[in-house]
Design a protein around this ligand. Sequence first.
Ligand SMILES: Cc1cc2nc3c(=O)[nH]c(=O)nc-3n(C[C@H](O)[C@H](O)[C@H](O)COP(=O)(O)O)c2cc1C
Length: 448
Amino acid sequence: MTTVQLATAAFISHRRNPGYYPNMVLPRHMNVPANMGRLRGQAGSPAAPAAARAAGSLHHKDCLRGVFTFIYTRSAAYRVLPAAVEFERIDMPNLFDAFTLRGVVIRNRLAVSPMCMYSSHEGLAGDWHLVHLGSRAVGGWGLIICEATAVAPEGRISPHDAGLWRDEHIAPLARINRFIKTYGGTPAIQLAHAGRKGSTERLFNTTQPGAALSPERGGWQVVGPSPIAFDDRSPAPHELNLAEIKQIQGAFVAAAQRAIEAGYELVEIHAAHGYLLHEFLSPLCNHRGDAYGGSFDNRVRMVLETTEAVRAAWPDKLPLAVRLSCSDWTDGGWSLEDSVELARRLKAIGVDIIDCSSGGAVPHAKIPVGPGYQVPFAAAIRQQADIATGAVGMITDATAASEIIASGKADLVLMARQALREPYLPVHAARQMHAASGPQLPGQYGRA
Ligand SMILES: Cc1cc2nc3c(=O)[nH]c(=O)nc-3n(C[C@H](O)[C@H](O)[C@H](O)COP(=O)(O)O)c2cc1C
């Protein structure tokens, strides 16, 4: 076995999965040999020999088979060192590696981002939710986050939002979660209060999508840190007093307790997208003069107190996430630096992962939307606050997701719209990437 043949083995692996092992480099003099087809045929060879697993110098033909097997089944790649017989093993997480947070093992790094379905009656989940979330479990997603679920009726965006403010909400969610777990997914729920962005028409089956809903038409008085309307179509919110703030914090705790009953394994607190908790964070919507407004310490108080109270109620063995809008994309607004500091404080009170989104506080923000545009937030918070992160936003294929995970920019990749388009993306991607450890279709679909 020559150096060239060994390197070629790695080269084929790299070419078949561009971006999958982005750290792999090749000596410039490397040519693709005539026996490429034969080498490719060995990609599915059985267990790697121990010598290859040791990942030192590889001199033997069997080791070549081992390299292939190892590359496809383990969280490692090999850097080919120019003019050497050696492959250097590079430890890097793989999209299909399990991810453990506290006592919960998520089967892979692909998560369904929370998405409002506006399909509930009085907050109750129904058959739509079972099929929507259940089919993502069948499709192989690791973490499946149920939509923004209101902790109080006034915390809904629209009258059709999901809720968890009554015990009656628990049973239909528990049914969905039993299904998700049966098919290997980890059920999670995003707990939310819409604040000043509540009381609107839903986005479909209506003549005025997203328009403010007056109390006469089934709407309600919206609330916020300060009486500042979101835009000129929206009403000014009622400024919450201290007793009302405590009441809302209590509603988050009660909803988290119901989430335990419903069988959730992760709770995400929604502090993004211009909804109530984000409104407290952002100087653009929080003009309070009391302990909940003004300085950074005061603006983060609502999020920290709410999170701390939820953490105390949520079992130690289960992880807690917070979704942040890491930038308001507006001068004078909430910034990435603010997010890093808040993430450090959230970590200190028992938060396990920050879900890094952005925007939503004000309508006039100029957001540079494009592929992966929020990934730098996840990378910066992960590095600077030393906490696990989720990356989200225009990540639409497994190759891009792999690169994010393997290069250490985030621990999870969340997809929203792509998960709607391609509910089975993880099982398809695992097949295309020959990832033996990836999710597979259940037996019922085994012949597909
Ligand atoms: C239909 C739909 C509903 C959404 N509802 C929520 C939600 O309930 N909570 C939330 O934090 N984000 C929500 N989002 C935002 C997504 O979770 C995600 O952050 C955003 O769409 C960017 O990801 P993408 O480019 O993969 O779609 C929603 C997005 C869509 C498309």
